[in-house]
Design a protein around this ligand. Structure first.
Ligand SMILES: Nc1nc2c(c(=O)[nH]1)N[C@H]1C(S)=C(S)[C@@H](COP(=O)(O)OP(=O)(O)OC[C@H]3O[C@@H](n4cnc5c(=O)[nH]c(N)nc54)[C@H](O)[C@@H]3O)O[C@H]1N2
Ligand SMILES: Nc1nc2c(c(=O)[nH]1)N[C@H]1C(S)=C(S)[C@@H](COP(=O)(O)OP(=O)(O)OC[C@H]3O[C@@H](n4cnc5c(=O)[nH]c(N)nc54)[C@H](O)[C@@H]3O)O[C@H]1N2
Ligand SMILES: [Mo]
Length: 798
């Protein structure tokens, strides 16, 4: 493990540091460097789709597109380490619970299906058929199918997801919480009523044509490294790149392309952002509304900056929204955005100067209470200049998990459209349930209320990824049965129901052999490109089943005699599953033929053709006030008069460079200069002073929320927890003086998840507000707080 230090990173993103980091990742997973063939097959026409992120591939024929974090994701799956029955024989589950998240995953790939044995407090091997019978017994024993909950993480293939939603609906519920509920849900919720599709409208070709690219709340250097190659090319041809981010993320500033022999040899690099605005956390709606106001002001001064023809022909609602924007005072915009009027006008002038513009966004936009409104305000600004449905222009929500978009396309959705249900019913001969199901937060609440009894997860790490960790753990532990289809051991397997199963599956990198021969699966990226993915490695264990096979065999066991679907026949050859997908979704016409083309095909996107699938048949402007009731506003009001000098900060939780969501690969966050540690909190130096503390001091974080304890008086600048109510705290974080706006803090997820209240969610999307947590900082008192979760203590120990 690296020495702990904080050291400002001076180099560009990418470059030799990236190559070096991949070498270390391979060594960690005991993969010989010459065995790196696996890495070279990622995103090749006859290889597998990189499990890293949902950014599309430039060209399936090109030589290997190097991506540091893609390589780390592949190495984590292709690891030579194994977590077999010997591991489970050695430790009780209580002992495993004491281990860190890092340690659990680091044990390697799971090899056998395992069942929890309460008597010995250990997981024991179980036969697949017995495992399916156990689940079927539970499911068929429930008085109401809505007491079962079926979670999905966005790595599941289209084929697995399609069978899964079919099985669950034939069983009788729409309870489909998924990782999307914590991620880009607001993007779909915002765009669907606005432009008639819930997906991005651009392709990579648009990146070649855009005059300006605006990036809101996204850190591509870490989370979508292949996007940097597009940004680099855009920057080189003179396109403007404008970033809005409270932090100066290295990848948005400079990039050294590991694929460019020239840049690597000369240590040259390319500047990325031409403009960088360090707005306040949650200030985006104000900024975008300010930009729109500037456009209106210039238009009214006699210039022609609006696309009047587009507005007249293609949209509704413009006049009302223009009035609303005019009425929004500049001082509110400035106050809430954290930028000056000049900065906002400058950003708007870049926008006006661009014939075509793309807006990209990530979690810095979606994980807020007003995320849907912010996305629609961004949409307003795009529509004002007709920046959709023409080359170089459009909406670009940058998705996370490699197939999260495809899973939703396949029907993993707790609020399914009636047309989908009708079609499923016709094709498969059953009456699908009509009532909407639980999303992620509602699912946790249902389990807490005793309304959710069986929890089944197709991938992911529910216990660590979700908000309000203590509440979630209580929820899972109240279940009669928890089941996880998974590749590696994680927190969710050791925080379990009265009965529990771990079902190990094949990963993307592995050969999926069925009766009809080796099978490929399909995935859809962030730009609606659908292509095939075929594993190349032998399976990590002979006992693994593929995800489609697990779902089909479970369906066969559960729905025996009730279902007309030929479950076991379908998985003999996945082309049969694709035929069924085609039968349900018109956009998948000739699916098997089209997906066999190298590079696959693009799904139709009506908005990109300027066809508006909205109730009015037009694109729609939406008015929204600059929010003044965010969780932080609420918390500050709550503290008023209680303890005047206590500082309520807005904390956002984010990813380090060495993690994939809840999977922690290592303790470094290279580009932010953090090494050998994760329990840090970034804070403005003046704020440290205002607290009467110094850089490097240890603090505890405490959420201020409606149901939390009344704060009581403490030392100036601090607060002490009062009594009563729900205490949400995360203890022992090191203050790191950082270039971040005053009043804002940043720390890593998942260590900070206990701070996110279950009831703090995005309006009209339900997404936990993980980027806007009102917190107080208290000097660390020495020992961990009561009930501090094991992972809190343990991530540092690793
Ligand atoms: N290597 C790697 N790749 C990944 C993942 C991973 O964990 N590791 N996760 C995958 C997944 S599921 C997802 S969803 C994506 C996530 O990718 P991102 O969307 O990049 O997610 P975060 O790391 O949470 O970073 C959010 C960014 O928003 C900024 N930010 C925070 N609050 C605000 C705000 O209020 N306004 C603005 N404008 N900016 C703000 C932060 O400084 C940070 O730069 O990445 C995917 N790819
Ligand atoms: N505080 C805070 N919380 C957040 C976020 C945040 O920014 N801040 N981000 C949110 C976001 S954007 C997301 S998407 C969620 C992520 O939530 P999840 O998708 O639930 O979590 P992951 O960490 O991606 O899941 C990792 C696990 O997936 C399993 N796995 C890996 N590959 C496969 C596979 O091929 N098949 C199967 N069956 N299992 C596999 C492994 O066991 C691994 O432990 O977290 C959310 N939570
Ligand atoms: Mo995500």
């Amino acid at each position: 493990m690296n020495e702990q230090k904080i050291e400002f990173y001076k180099g560009p993103a990418g470059g030799w540091g990236a190559l070096n980091s991949v070498k270390n990742a391979l060594l960690r997973q005991d993969i010989p460097i010459k065995g790196a063939k696996t890495l070279l097959s990622a995103n090749q026409p006859d290889g597998f789709d990189c499990p890293g992120c949902a950014w599309p591939d430039r060209n399936h024929h090109s030589t290997f597109e190097f991506c540091e974090n893609g390589a780390k994701a592949v190495a984590a799956e292709a690891t030579a380490r194994r977590a077999g029955p010997e591991l489970f024989a050695k430790y009780t589950v209580t002992e495993l619970l004491q281990q860190s998240d890092f340690w659990l995953e680091d044990q390697g790939r799971l090899t056998h299906p395992m069942v929890y044995d309460a008597e010995s407090d250990k997981y024991l091997p179980i036969h697949w058929d017995s495992a399916f019978a156990l689940i079927a017994r539970h499911l068929n024993g429930l008085p109401d199918p809505n007491q079962a909950i079926f979670y999905t993480s966005g790595r599941a293939s289209n084929e697995a997801a399609f069978l899964y939603q079919l099985f669950v609906r034939e069983y009788g519920t729409n309870n489909f919480p998924d990782c999307s509920n914590m991620c880009h849900e607001p993007s779909g919720s915002g765009m669907r009523p606005q432009i008639g599709v819930g997906k991005g409208t651009v392709t990579l070709q648009d990146f070649e044509a855009a005059d300006a690219i605006f990036i809101f709340g996204q850190n591509p250097g870490t989370n979508h490294p292949r996007m940097l190659a597009e940004l680099r090319d855009a920057s080189r041809r003179g396109a403007r790149i404008v970033s809005f981010n409270p932090l100066r993320e290295r990848g948005l500033e400079r990039f050294q392309d590991p694929q460019s022999k020239m840049e690597m040899a000369t240590l040259g690099s390319t500047p990325i952002s031409s403009h960088y605005f360090q707005l306040r956390v949650g200030g985006d709606l104000a900024v975008v509304k300010g930009m729109a106001k500037h456009l209106l002001e210039r238009q009214e001064a006699g210039e022609s900056v609006l696309d009047a023809e587009f507005i007249a022909q293609h949209t509704v609602g413009f006049d009302a929204v223009a009035d609303d924007i005019r009425a929004e005072p500049w001082d509110v915009i400035v106050e809430e955005s954290g930028l000056t009027q000049e900065q906002i006008r400058a950003a708007a002038d870049v926008y006006i100067g661009a014939r075509s513009a793309i807006f990209c966004w990530g979690m810095g936009i979606t994980q807020h209470m007003h995320s849907v409104a912010t996305i629609q305000m961004m949409g307003n600004l795009l529509l004002m200049r007709g920046n959709v449905g023409r080359p170089g222009a459009g909406f670009c929500p940058v998705r996370g998990h490699s197939n999260v978009q495809g899973d939703r396309t396949m029907g993993i959705w707790e609020k399914p459209p009636a047309a989908l249900l009708d079609r499923l019913g016709q094709v498969f001969g059953f009456e699908p349930p009509r009532a909407h199901g639980y999303d992620t937060v509602e699912a946790i609440q249902a389990m807490l209320d005793g309304k959710g009894k069986v929890f089944f997860a197709l991938g992911g790490n529910f216990a660590a990824a979700t908000p309000d960790t203590h509440a979630t753990w209580r929820a899972l532990r109240q279940c009669d049965l928890t089941v996880h289809v998974t590749t590696k051991l994680n927190r969710s397997h050791v925080v379990h129901g009265r009965q529990a199963l771990i079902l190990p599956c094949l990963g993307r990198t592995e050969i999926d052999m069925q009766f009809g021969g080796p099978q490929g699966v399909t995935v859809e990226d962030s730009m609606s490109m659908v292509h095939i993915s075929s594993g190349i490695n032998p399976p990590a264990s002979e006992h693994l089943l593929s995800e489609p096979a697990i779902v089909a065999r479970l369906a066969d066991a559960t729905l025996a005699g009730r279902s007309r679907t030929p479950w076991l026949w379908l998985i003999e050859d996945y082309a049969r599953i694709r035929d069924k997908i085609e039968a349900v979704f018109d956009d998948f016409k000739d699916f098997n033929t089209r997906v066999a083309q190298p590079g696959g095909f693009r799904l139709r996107n009506t908005a990109s053709e300027r066809v508006w699938a909205t109730p009015t048949g037009k694109a729609t402007f939406f008015a929204h006030p600059v929010p003044r009731d965010t969780p932080t506003h609420r918390a500050r009001r709550r503290m008023q008069g209680k303890q005047r000098d206590a500082i309520v900060f807005t904390l956002f939780t984010t990813r380090s460079h060495d993690q994939y969501n809840t999977t922690v690969y290592g303790m470094d966050d290279r580009y932010r200069g953090v090494f050998g540690q994760r329990r840090v909190v970034f804070i403005h130096p003046e704020d440290i002073r205002a607290l009467g503390m110094k850089d490097g001091d240890w603090v505890d974080l405490m959420t201020v929320w409606d149901d939390g304890p009344e704060p009581s008086a403490g030392p100036p600048g601090h607060a002490v927890p009062g009594v009563g109510g729900t205490v949400r705290r995360a203890d022992k974080f090191k203050l790191v003086a950082y270039d971040i706006p005053r009043g804002n803090l940043a720390a890593y997820y998942p260590e900070t998840n206990p701070l996110v209240p279950l009831s703090a969610t995005a309006i009209a999307a339900g997404t936990p507000t993980s980027k806007a947590i009102p917190v107080l900082l208290v000097p660390h008192r020495g020992e961990l707080a009561d009930g501090a979760v094991a992972s809190e203590a343990a991530t540092t120990a690793a």
